[in-house]
Design a protein around this ligand. Structure first.
Ligand SMILES: Nc1nc2c(ncn2[C@@H]2O[C@H](COP(=O)(O)OP(=O)(O)OP(=O)(O)O)[C@@H](O)[C@H]2O)c(=O)[nH]1
Ligand SMILES: [Mg+2]
Length: 451
């Protein structure tokens, strides 16, 4: 049934992609483009496609009855192993479809979970995926029992969650409980760790999967992180120093991408991984300007930010891949809606100067760049600046005074106004290359140096 992929020598499952477009949804020219990307990333060989417009889903099979018959014939003709639905199906619908079609049926959530399971590398992301898979399969355990003979391998069945399918519900519930505890612990540790880097301004890349976050990270910091034309290539967070023109060094984090209708459990279990974004001083929302669905993708990202309660954070919208936008009116349409966006190409480097400029501007809005003169023995002031701001330079004068060049969130300005302390806007910006961080503070070792 399965074809042998000559290049990899791995058997690839032959898949038919199916999407039911409901009345409420808008239909674009390529309704199966994203599902194709997901299925290919999961390793499927796409042999057929089917879409149907319906007012509402069919209760028993989601797809209409007549279409189910058509799909069955198509599957037999094409010798397909699996039908992958772009919709989220309930357990009964999957069971009914599998019975009617005689092949494995996967829905969108299962497909996404499968990709996460395949791509998870760190122990943290493995635990997060296992939790999301188990939470997804718990209400479906019955289906696992009755179909175990037929559905036992391949896409949708991989990853750490897989070994649990043969144990009973109670064991699954216990494992879910333990995983939640373990991830909760990781989340709290991560929260403290990221918070301990408060002396560094942090900028976090967020955005739709495949928008080019990792490529941008590599271009800006030479990080050498994996960037690939695969969905969810990145599942962990990497943080590197980024030397920002006219500003100095900040920390830049790359993290897992988002997708529309991201399974709810996944957002929750990846909370620890998203901690950098949650605590960032500024978000760079990277969008793929060359994708026809860019508006929907921007909204989908916004929804996930809402779920993480960080939608109010200062954000710069970055329109990436402009080297692939051939019709300039497409770009104009995006700018009409998002006039403050910055357009770049992470791969060619076009627009990066503007991006640096926009980021410095955005940071300056929230941070005061100051020269503070005080008595060199003012321990309270030092402690306050170290706790809330970022000390960039210190120089001592002969009369036992110190001049501190620092950045402080505007809201903390009140905390340093006292007698004997002179505050003025920072005068001569030292060229970025020669700006040195002083007073390295805990949490530094957590900044990953990528080999
Ligand atoms: N033409 C073009 N391709 C780009 C650009 N930026 C990224 N890409 C390509 O887009 C694909 C995805 O890039 P990544 O950097 O892995 O995207 P990502 O946002 O990190 O994706 P995930 O980690 O999967 O969420 C890769 O094939 C990149 O080479 C760009 O500016 N222009
Ligand atoms: Mg990435």
């Amino acid at each position: 049934m399965q074809s042998l992929d000559r290049a990899s020598g791995v058997a690839r499952e032959k898949a038919i992609l199916v999407r039911v477009v409901l009345q409420s949804e808008s239909l674009n020219e390529q309704p199966l483009a994203e599902l194709t990307g997901l299925a290919e990333t999961a390793g499927a060989k796409i042999v057929g496609e089917m879409t149907q417009r319906r007012e509402t889903p069919d209760m028993t099979t989601y797809l209409g009855r007549g279409k189910v018959g058509e799909l069955k014939a198509l599957a037999a003709n094409l010798d397909a192993d699996v039908a992958i639905f772009d919709n989220d199906l309930n357990p009964a619908q999957i069971r009914n479809l599998e019975q009617a079609l005689g092949i494995k049926v996967l829905d969108r959530t299962e497909l996404i979970l499968d990709i996460f399971a395949t791509n998870a590398r760190s122990s943290e992301s493995r635990l997060a995926v296992e939790l999301a898979q188990l939470e997804y399969s718990l209400p479906r355990l019955k289906r696992m029992w009755t179909h175990l003979s037929r559905i036992k391998a391949g896409i949708g069945m991989r990853g750490p969650g897989e070994k649990q399918l043969e144990v009973d519900r109670r064991l699954v519930e216990k494992r879910i409980h333990d995983l939640r505890e373990e991830l909760g612990g990781i989340e709290r540790r991560k929260e403290r760790l990221v918070a301990s880097r408060h002396d560094r301004l942090t900028v976090s890349l967020v955005g739709y999967t495949n928008a080019g976050k990792s490529t941008l990270m590599n271009t800006l910091t030479g990080a050498g992180v994996l960037a690939a034309d695969k969905l969810f290539a990145t599942l962990d967070t990497r943080t590197r120093r980024w030397q920002l023109d006219n500003w100095g060094p900040v920390l830049l984090s790359d993290t897992v991408g988002f997708i529309r209708d991201l399974p709810h459990g996944l957002v929750h279990s990846f909370k620890a991984t998203l901690e950098e974004a949650r605590q960032a001083d500024l978000l760079l929302h990277v969008a793929d300007a060359s994708n026809p669905e860019v508006f929907d993708q921007i909204s989908a990202v916004y929804k996930v930010l809402q779920e993480l309660h960080i939608e109010e954070k200062d954000t710069v919208l970055v329109l990436n891949k402009i080297d692939r936008v051939h019709d300039r009116s497409d770009l104009a349409r995006i700018f009409a809606r998002y006039p403050n966006a910055v357009s770049i190409s992470a791969s060619s480097g076009e627009g990066l100067r503007n991006l640096q400029h926009a980021v410095s501007e955005a940071l300056s809005r929230s941070f005061a760049d100051l020269d503070i003169e005080a008595s060199a023995s003012d321990g309270r002031l030092f402690a306050f600046l170290a706790a809330h701001g970022e000390i960039l330079e210190r120089s001592y004068t002969e009369d036992d005074r110190v001049i501190i060049h620092c950045r402080l969130p505007q809201r903390h300005l009140g905390g340093i106004r006292q007698e004997g302390v002179t505050i003025q806007p920072h005068q001569n910006l030292v060229p970025a290359e020669t700006t040195e961080f002083l007073g390295l503070i805990a949490g530094d070792d957590a900044i990953e140096e990528v080999a």
